[in-house]
Ligand binder design. Structure first.
Ligand code: GLP
Length: 254
């Protein structure tokens, strides 16, 4: 159990005469305690009852504050055990970086479990996204991507054999695909990417260690060489509880 606010001490109590709803005040209070490290990652929050007693507020009010914080990813509830401070989401900027680079930038250890690597003729979406033909050979690489050993995403990459003759399981298990492509002289210049909300399917949920139909982020990316040749089409499923994407928006009117 983690620190309780000191009665009448330096902790701001809820102000019932304020126009700010009480649940919102409690939410801000808990948020501040998380950000200040008073409630560190993994710490158990006091029970609803304890919050009720400490602040003399109703259980409904406490619940509303906690539900909001769970929905915002700051807290997680474990059935029958209690409410805990969640790990902060990994924030990914929308630059053309590899998973390995992203993790290293955040001081996390990147890991990969190779699910399969096979070569077959292009079909379906891969044909359109790689601007290729049905009978062209492509490498299909399915990988589970890990950060500090925790599953983060499932990625299925499609790469034309005409560009990369050989990809070995060892290189993909122990290294970066983008590093291997660069070693082959392929320099990725830009990518087109879409990002949409989705729900985890059976195999995805199992591999990512989340519940069936838990929210996930579905990303499709086609990456191009500087002359416009598509080099990779990838479909990725990221855990929505561990990931968020940030965008920089500019005003078109200047
Ligand atoms: C990101 C991209 C993928 C790409 C991968 C390469 O995750 N979404 O399209 O395949 O990076 O990562 P790495 O070089 O670590 O294998």
């Amino acid at each position: 159990m983690i620190g309780q606010p000191t009665q009448g001490g330096d902790i701001i109590m809820v102000d019932k005469s304020s126009i700010v709803p009480i649940y919102h005040q409690l939410k801000t209070l808990i948020q501040t305690q998380i950000l200040s490290g008073e409630y560190p990652v993994g710490a158990q929050l006091p029970s609803e009852r304890e919050f009720c007693d400490t602040y003399a507020i109703s259980r409904m009010t406490v619940r509303q504050a906690i539900i909001d914080l769970v929905n915002e990813g700051l807290l997680k509830r474990e059935r029958g055990r209690g409410t805990y401070v969640a790990k902060p989401k990994i924030e990914q900027g929308l630059q053309l970086t590899s998973f390995t680079e992203e993790m290293l930038q955040r001081n996390l250890v990147p890991g990969t479990r190779l699910l399969f690597l096979r070569t077959e003729t292009a079909k379906g979406r891969a044909v359109a996204r790689l601007h290729t033909f049905e009978d062209q050979l492509i490498h299909i690489i399915a990988r589970l991507r890990l950060a500090d050993g925790e599953p983060m995403a499932m990625e299925t990459s499609h790469i034309p054999v005409s560009l990369v003759k050989e990809l070995t399981p060892a290189a993909l298990e122990h290294g970066s695909l983008y590093a291997a492509l660069r070693k082959d002289g392929l320099h990725m210049a830009y990518a087109e990417q879409t990002l949409e909300a989705s729900l985890a399917k059976g195999d995805e949920a199992e591999l990512l260690g989340i519940k069936l139909k838990a929210p996930v982020l579905l990303i499709e990316r086609t990456t191009y060489l500087s002359d416009g040749t598509p080099v990779e089409y990838v479909r990725s499923v990221y855990r929505a509880d561990r990931y968020k994407f940030s965008l920089r928006l500019t005003n078109p009117k200047g």
